[in-house]
Write a protein that binds this ligand. Structure first.
Ligand code: PMP
Length: 284
């Protein structure tokens, strides 16, 4: 595999980042994951725009322009013959001479930018056919979940808690309400109405979320952006999650309680089909 590191395309074995990098020492960095279908990028504009926002919220400047970023994504797809999968992008505050909590002077410490590809079958996903099981866990993350930082230890622990419980993922609960999944946005469907948490600093503003809600409204489905409790979720007709790499993925059980007949629901399946069809058309 060829990866991109600070302006250069290098074989993955030759790629190097300093031990003093603040991404490594402080999780001082942001990331994006963009999906690739048919060798084309999905939602590039959305991911690039959110990246700029994440950087600016942390007083960081991008080392590349949006056009350069697009070119790097495309070049990695080409060099790695990627037809389907993901492109991971990470920008950290770079490697300062000493370990210091205070941010270094950006003039002296340029950011580190890394991109790599991961090949994966996304459209034809076995998980989408059976649906996934989730458990609920406390949301003990920091309060700026709208910034896509690389501090992912708790979501990672949440995945492990889910696995230990025989489930696939965890939905996080704060003040009695579901915030989101470990790496996705959470939805329930009740009486045909799609309910998902309103935007705020409590959740990541999913690029897939915005697109799926737009498609749902265009298809005359009713959408309500409000928070919901885990009890309400367990009584829902169906549930699903969205993210760049899973698209729309049905949820069939919450904390061991089956939803509906325990199989992927019609709304989730329909939205997945619409999303796949429309995103393929819009891919660049
Ligand atoms: N919430 C969290 C916490 C996430 O990590 C992700 C995916 N990175 C999402 C939501 C979904 O966002 P997107 O649709 O942009 O992938």
């Amino acid at each position: 595999r060829t990866v991109y590191v600070n302006g250069e395309y290098v074989p993955e074995d030759g790629a190097k980042v300093s031990v003093f990098d603040r991404g490594f020492l402080f999780a001082d960095g942001v990331y994006e994951v963009t999906s690739v279908l048919d060798g084309k990028l999905l939602e590039f504009e959305g991911h690039a725009t959110r990246l700029e926002r994440s950087l600016s919220e942390l007083d960081m400047a991008s080392p590349v322009t949006k056009d350069e970023l697009l070119e790097i994504h495309r070049e990695l797809v080409r060099r790695n013959d990627l037809t389907e999968g993901m492109i991971y992008l990470q920008i950290t505050r770079g490697a300062a001479a000493d370990r210091d909590f205070a941010f270094p002077d950006p003039e002296e410490t340029p950011p580190t930018i890394v991109l790599f590809t991961q090949s994966k079958n996304l459209a034809d996903s076995p998980a989408a056919k059976v649906g996934m099981k989730v458990i609920s866990i406390d949301d003990i993350r920091w309060g700026r979940r709208d910034i896509k930082t690389v501090q992912l230890l708790y979501p990672s622990m949440g995945k492990m808690m889910a696995k230990a419980a025989g489930a696939d993922d965890a939905w996080m609960i704060e003040d009695g309400h579901v915030t989101e999944g470990t790496s996705n946005n959470a939805y329930i469907v009740k009486g045909g109405k799609i309910i998902t948490r309103h935007l705020g600093s409590e959740i990541l503003h999913g690029i897939t979320r915005a697109t799926v809600l737009r498609f749902a409204r265009e298809a005359q489905m009713e959408v309500e952006e409000r928070h919901f409790t885990i009890e309400e979720a367990k009584e829902a007709d169906e549930a699903f999650i969205t993210s760049a790499s899973t698209f729309v993925m049905p949820v069939i059980a919450i904390d061991g309680v089956s939803l509906g007949d325990g199989t992927p629901g019609p709304v989730a399946q329909r939205l997945r089909e619409i999303y796949l069809e429309e995103s393929r058309k819009a891919a660049i």
